[in-house]
Design a protein around this ligand. Structure first.
Ligand SMILES: Nc1ncnc2c1ncn2[C@@H]1O[C@H](COP(=O)(O)OP(=O)(O)O)[C@@H](O)[C@H]1O
Ligand SMILES: N[C@@H](CCOP(=O)(O)O)C(=O)O
Length: 325
């Protein structure tokens, strides 16, 4: 559950008085999510999402996230929009936290995505990459290769509590990734967390993307590797090549991959598996018992990482022969 900060009706009414968003009729905390506190509000005008940004989100990054949603929506991408206050600001303060009112996006996330949904996600990801062009603000990816070691340093001593031998295995993999990480691939604004819970579908059609709070500038193909990891494995951690093929095909129908991106895909998939393994491991070890958040299993990403380590050709992800040439 992710409601870290509680709010009173009076506080909320005072916050809403700064907006032209109607009169409050009801509000409730949203259980899903990890990073921030989210509430669903109904006013006599519309439903809204209220997000209180918690300590892991740097206040200085908020203009990037909120500005990006606006930029993408202006270019036709379906995503939530920050609602401007009467004074024009997109950000206010509530219960001592930076807070924003966000438009409500209709739809639900898919618990059991199929290959055709993966195709839609690939296509939407590529559309997002194109729509991100020209966005003036920049944000470095703090969770790319240079960010992994500091994260690992904080967990490494206790890693074997999660699985015996983990400490040595991850140390070797991290050194490999640091030594071989690509230097020069097409880059731009990436979502960086486009997991199934961040993609909404309505009547079996993709209705929009949410949760831009890890968005940053990085290699575009790295974002695709994150989606392959998040969408194309089964519950037993086996890779579903039909889903992978559909996702890559959807992506390439909008933005074809270059030969360099295709060649880099296995390594990028290893890297993105490492990234989610490390953040999950850290949370797994550090979150106090009883915290109101559902911890995610780091071992899921260890199994995925091992799959990628055994990949010898990008074709194993479902790329057709000759693609990306
Ligand atoms: N704009 C939105 N429209 C509709 N529902 C939303 C919207 N933003 C968030 N939600 C709901 O809140 C949940 C948590 O939001 P999310 O942004 O993923 O949180 P976090 O950043 O804390 O992980 C989502 O799974 C969804 O149910
Ligand atoms: N997608 C990440 C965790 C971040 O969760 P979100 O609710 O912000 O999408 C993971 O699965 O480890």
């Amino acid at each position: 559950m992710a409601v870290y900060t509680d709010i009173t009706e009076d506080e909320l009414k005072a916050f809403l008085a700064e907006y032209d968003a109607g009169n409050l009729m009801s509000y409730k905390g949203i259980a899903e999510g990890v990073e921030n506190s989210n509430f669903l509000l109904h006013t006599d005008k519309a439903p809204y999402i209220l997000t209180l940004y918690e300590k892991r989100v740097d206040r200085n990054d908020l203009p990037f996230f909120l500005g990006l949603m606006q930029h993408l929506a202006d270019r036709g991408l379906s995503c939530p929009l920050p609602v401007a206050r009467k004074d024009g600001a997109q950000l206010g303060e509530l219960a001592g936290r930076p807070a924003a009112l966000i438009s409500f996006l209709e739809g639900m996330w898919l618990r059991k995505p199929e290959a055709r949904h993966c195709r839609d996600v690939g296509e939407a990801l590529a559309r997002m990459h194109l729509a991100g062009e020209g966005f003036a603000l920049k944000r470095r990816n703090a969770l790319s290769v240079s960010g992994w070691r500091p994260l690992w340093d904080r967990s490494e001593d206790r890693a074997d509590e999660v699985e015996t031998g983990l400490k040595a295995e991850i140390a070797t993999e991290l050194a490999h990734l640091e030594a071989h990480w690509p230097q020069d691939l097409p880059a731009g604004v990436i979502h960086a967390d486009l997991f199934p819970d961040n993609v909404f579908f309505l009547d079996d059609k993709l209705s929009g993307l949410i949760d831009f709070y890890f968005a940053c500038n990085d290699f575009l193909a790295y974002d695709l590797s994150i989606c392959l990891n998040a969408w194309c494995f089964e519950k037993d951690w086996s890779y579903n090549i039909t889903k992978g093929m559909a996702m890559i095909e959807g992506y390439q129908s909008v933005r074809p991959l270059s030969a360099a991106e295709t060649q880099a895909l296995p390594l990028l998939c290893r890297g993105s598996a490492m990234r989610f393994f490390l953040t999950r491991l850290y949370d797994w070890l550090m979150t106090p018992p009883g915290a109101m958040v559902t911890k995610k299993d780091p071992l899921e990403y260890l199994r995925k990482l091992r799959f990628h380590q055994a990949v010898v050709s990008p074709a194993e992800y479902g790329l057709m022969a000759g693609e990306g040439a």
